[in-house]
Design a protein around this ligand. Structure first.
Ligand SMILES: NC(=O)c1ccc[n+]([C@@H]2O[C@H](COP(=O)([O-])OP(=O)(O)OC[C@H]3O[C@@H](n4cnc5c(N)ncnc54)[C@H](OP(=O)(O)O)[C@@H]3O)[C@@H](O)[C@H]2O)c1
Length: 307
């Protein structure tokens, strides 16, 4: 299948391209002359492609840097002149510009060209205050507590109002064996290997997701023409401290340098975080998509690194 996609140079997208060789990917990125905050560039790229599907991964993903954009974004959002607003977003590439306005540009172009839209979103759309015992399911109404989450949630809202078939794929804490951008697993692995100390948070719950599983899940969702919201997350929720301990154990590394830290200390002066992100993946398992536990993911990464 031919798939037009954004964000293929990123952490998740680059692994998708490696694994899903059954598809032919066309890349929309700044390196191919398309900035998603530029409405005309997006429309030209999408309308000139024969792909029936657009997979949208591109985003501004640094949570703390997004938070710094909030003031500027609110100022721009307060302007009445919509043309001026769009011009400013296109120039400033703030969190709202890339994550919300960029997504809107892609959705509008998909509507005009009748292409299906697959949007990769985040578990940061939830507040992480008190998830149900079985974790956040797709039918729970999200409520983001930081600017990154809010810009992605607004992009989800735009997606859900689209007049073309749409799919929202929420992922959380993606990790893989290799890649330009690091992730939590590789950050811990590097520090453990180099015998550097790690301060790992003990009172936060995350649901890490093996990127290879995300790739296979996206493949299934696309080939099954699945629409709606899907939580494409790992099958185990744990603390960052447990993440560090698991990495040390599976790689037979000394764990004595791993110390405990509270979330209040670790995230002091940083953007607010949703702290209890237990996310439920029952819905995708009904499509026979199997998502690894973190322990299984680390074992697979060890195997990949040894080969
Ligand atoms: N990483 C996480 O922890 C995490 C967690 C949950 C959900 N997600 C979601 O998963 C998706 C992929 O995340 P990721 O971590 O793989 O991203 P990433 O590594 O930060 O890469 C960001 C991608 O977005 C593209 N991009 C940024 N601004 C752009 C613009 N103005 N125009 C065109 N392309 C632009 C970049 O392309 P260029 O090469 O052109 O700059 C790059 O390919 C995102 O939607 C993110 O919200 C990520």
């Amino acid at each position: 299948m031919k798939i037009l996609a954004t964000g293929l140079t990123g952490l998740v997208g680059s692994r998708l391209v490696e694994l899903l060789q059954n598809h032919q990917f066309e890349n929309i990125s700044t390196s191919t002359g398309v900035d998603i905050t530029n409405t005309d560039q997006v429309f030209n790229a999408i309308s000139s492609s024969s792909a029936e599907i657009v997979l949208h991964l591109a985003a501004k993903t640094n949570v703390d840097s997004c938070e710094e954009d909030k003031k500027e974004d609110l100022k721009i959002l307060g302007q009445e002149d919509s043309i001026r607003r769009e011009q400013e977003w296109s120039q400033k590439k703030t969190a709202w510009a890339v994550n919300t306005f960029g997504t809107q540009n892609i959705v509008r172009a998909c509507e005009k060209t009748k292409k299906k839209f697959f949007f990769v979103s985040t578990d940061f759309v939830f507040d992480g205050d008190a998830p149900p015992q079985n974790g956040y399911t797709e039918d729970i109404i999200p409520c983001a507590i930081n600017w990154y989450g809010q810009t992605k949630l607004e992009a989800e809202n735009i997606t859900q109002k689209a007049t073309i078939p749409w799919t929202i794929i929420r992922i959380g804490f993606p990790y893989c064996a290799r890649g330009k951008k690091s992730d939590l697993l590789r950050t811990f692995l590097t520090r453990l290997t180099q015998k550097q100390p790690i301060a790992a948070v003990i009172d936060q719950i995350i649901t890490p997701t093996f990127i290879d599983d995300i790739a296979l899940a996206i493949n299934t969702l696309i080939t099954h023409n699945a629409t709606g919201i899907y939580h494409v997350v790992g099958s185990q929720s744990l603390t960052p401290f447990d993440v560090a301990q698991t990495v040390a154990k599976k790689f037979n590394l000394d764990s004595s340098g791993i110390s405990k830290i509270t979330r209040n200390e670790f995230y002091k002066n940083k953007a607010p975080r949703p702290f209890q992100l237990k996310v439920n993946n029952d819905k995708i398992s009904q499509l026979d998509i199997s998502m690894k536990t973190f322990e299984q993911g680390v074992e697979e990464i060890k195997r990949q690194l040894e080969n």
